[in-house]
Design a protein around this ligand. Structure first.
Ligand code: RTP
Ligand code: MG
Length: 202
């Protein structure tokens, strides 16, 4: 009898130490999910403790970026990071569209220069989707003034002055949706599922 009780206690103790029967913490749960995904099992994705919002952002390569042959480089940075391309086109903007896009800046002293810069050639319009895409997109672009952009950012690597800073990125999820609506018709955007999604997200 005594021996049985000792055995039962020992088994219970072992179960606690090995974590058997305990609720897994989120990291362990998601690692387990990722391991079973590796094995090809159809496992539901574990929720991440730090899951951010899925967002779309409007990224635009300005006329200097197009002229300087930087379209491929910039596309590649977003693709390689794991963001999903939802819309893409080369487009010559009208003054009216630019006045809407930059409506908060029309009173600025530099606006006429900004307008002629943006009208000087085609721009490349893109919609990228992913977690926290707006903030991360702005980080990838770098500070507005390339003199303050960190090396490794697009502006920090490829530009020198604010009036030729190569790219635009939405500054909030709300503005991103407004800008996507301004630059794209609904049927120009593609709904598709990326085969990499389980390799980019936990
Ligand atoms: P963007 O909209 O192009 O992503 O740039 P941003 O949010 O970082 O900066 P924003 O204040 O919205 O300015 C829009 C664009 O205007 C030109 N700019 N020129 N000469 C100047 O002082 C000046 N300040 C801004 C830049 O092309 C800037 O990206
Ligand atoms: Mg802006």
């Amino acid at each position: 009898m005594f021996l049985t009780r000792v055995l039962v206690l020992l088994v219970a103790r072992l179960a606690v130490v090995s974590g058997f029967g305990m609720v897994q913490p989120p990291i362990a749960a998601s690692m387990a999910a990722s391991r079973s995904a590796t094995r090809g099992a159809a496992t539901a994705r574990a929720p991440s403790a730090v899951r951010m919002a899925m967002e779309r952002t409007y990224i635009m390569i300005k006329p200097d970026g197009v002229q300087r042959g930087l379209v491929g480089e910039i596309l590649q940075r977003f693709e390689k990071r794991g963001y999903q391309l939802k819309g893409l086109k080369l487009y010559t903007a009208s003054e009216e569209l630019l006045r809407q896009h930059y409506k908060d800046l029309v009173e600025k002293k530099f606006f006429p220069d900004l307008l002629s810069y943006m009208l000087s050639g085609p721009v490349c319009c893109m919609v990228w989707e992913g977690e926290n895409a707006v903030k991360m997109g702005r980080q990838m672009l770098g500070a507005t003034n390339p003199q303050e952009s960190q090396p490794g950012t697009i502006r920090g690597d490829y530009s020198i002055v604010v009036g030729r800073n190569i790219c635009h990125g939405s500054d909030s999820p709300e503005n991103a949706e407004i800008e996507i609506g301004l630059w794209f018709d609904e049927d120009e955007l593609c709904a598709w599922e990326s085969h990499s999604k389980d390799w980019v997200y936990e």
